[in-house]
Every structure is written in C-alpha cells, then in structure tokens.
Design a protein around this ligand. Structure first.
Ligand code: E4P
Length: 216
C-alpha cells in the first residue's frame, strides 16, 4: 500500500520522507491556505522536487474549459504533478480531456460508488473517496472504499483507489485490509500509526530493568 502525505507543509513532508513513508503528496486549496504561501505554484514545485513522486494540486475553476486550462498549467509545473479535479459533470469532461492528453488526474470529492465508476471510465489515474467527511455526516466512509475496490476489481479498472479525508489510524488499517491502493494521510496520523501504549510501557520496563542491572 502506498502512503501519500496529505499536507502542503514542506518540513513535515521532508521528515516523513526520511522515514521512507512518503510515496506522494496530496494538496487542496485548504491545505495550501494552511501553508500560508501565496506563491502556490512555487510551493507545488518545491513539493514535487522534494517528493520525486506524484503530487496532487487542485484546480479552482468550476467550468470544464477553465479546469482544462488550469490543469494544463499545473501539469506544466513538474513531471510529478497530478491534477486534482472535483467530481462534477464539468469535472468529468475535464478528467476525460486531461487524461486523454496523458496528464494524470486525481478525481477528488468522491462520495458515492457511482461517482467512482464514472471517474474511472473517464480515465482518472486516481479516485479519491473522502471517508472522514462521510463519517462526519453519519455514513460509514469505509463502506464506500469497499464498494469502490469491488467495482474496480470486477472490471479490472486501472484507476487507483486513493483513500482521502483520513482522520485516524483505523481508516488506514481498514483501507489496507480492503486492498485500497493508496491512503493519503495527515502527518499527525502517521505519528499515531506507530504509537501503542504497550510499546511505551514495555520500553519503560526494559529501561528500568537495565538501570537496575547497572546499579543505578
Ligand atoms: C486529499 O486529497 C483531500 O483533499 C483531503 O484528504 C481532505 O481531507 P479533509 O476531509 O480532512 O479536509
């Protein structure tokens, strides 16, 4: 399973990359706003140079022609850029056009299996179902992942399932059990994934015994 990092914070990306846990990065307008830099093209280029793997940058146009223009510009920033397109009717037109030009597209804001089926047929390289936001409205986000993995497997669709809106370690574990290709994970959740109270407790006991052996 590939781990993408869900942030535009270059320091956090560099740290997680040094752990060997960064196969790519996803950003969106909110994450770019959090990074607090107006030179978003320069920031996306920096992230691409750092990651040397797929980096998603999102269009803000909402009409197909605007999305295609913006997507072509974003794709020109780096060989690693992936263009994020919202899953609307106009978005489908942009996904088909950009994918047809060989530009990798990440279909974002996917909340239903029908949307996932359509973006795959339109040629998206990645499909991003948002699990946390579904949980927030009393749906089970992971049910959607199971459905999308089943549909893509049934028809050998090449679009990769990119689990997005990850909020806690169980989202990642369940995604792995379901065979999702990728999870995009906030830096905080990467840290949570390695924590276990019994590891902390066991380590403290080992160190206390070691100190006793040394006569401390
Ligand atoms: C990534 O591609 C998504 O934009 C991101 O995971 C959304 O996460 P959120 O629902 O926590 O904002």
């Amino acid at each position: 399973m590939k781990f993408f990092i869900d942030t535009a914070d270059t320091a956090a990306i560099a740290e997680i990359k040094s752990l060997g846990m960064c196969d790519g990065v996803t950003t969106n307008p909110s994450l770019l706003a959090q990074a607090g830099r107006r030179d978003t093209d320069a920031l996306l280029r920096e992230i691409c140079d750092l990651v040397e793997g797929p980096v998603s940058g999102e269009v803000v146009a909402t009409d197909a022609a605007g999305m295609i223009r913006e997507g072509e510009r974003l794709a020109g920033l780096s060989e690693y850029m992936v263009v994020k397109i919202p899953t609307t009717y106009d978005g489908l037109k942009a996904i088909a056009a950009l994918s047809g030009q060989g530009i990798p597209v990440n279909a974002t804001l996917v909340f239903s299996p029908s949307q996932a089926l359509l973006v795959a047929k339109a040629g998206a390289a990645y499909c991003s179902p948002f699990v946390g936001r579904l949980d927030d409205v009393s749906h089970n986000g992971m049910d959607l992942i199971e459905q999308v993995v089943t549909i893509y497997t049934n028809y050998d669709l090449e679009t990769e399932v990119l689990v997005a809106s990850v909020r806690h370690p169980n989202h990642v574990v369940e995604a792995a059990l379901m065979g999702a290709d990728i999870a995009t994970i906030p830096p905080k959740v990467i840290k949570q994934l390695v924590q276990h109270p019994l590891t902390e407790k066991g380590l403290a006991a080992f160190l206390a015994d070691w100190d006793r052996l040394q006569g401390k």
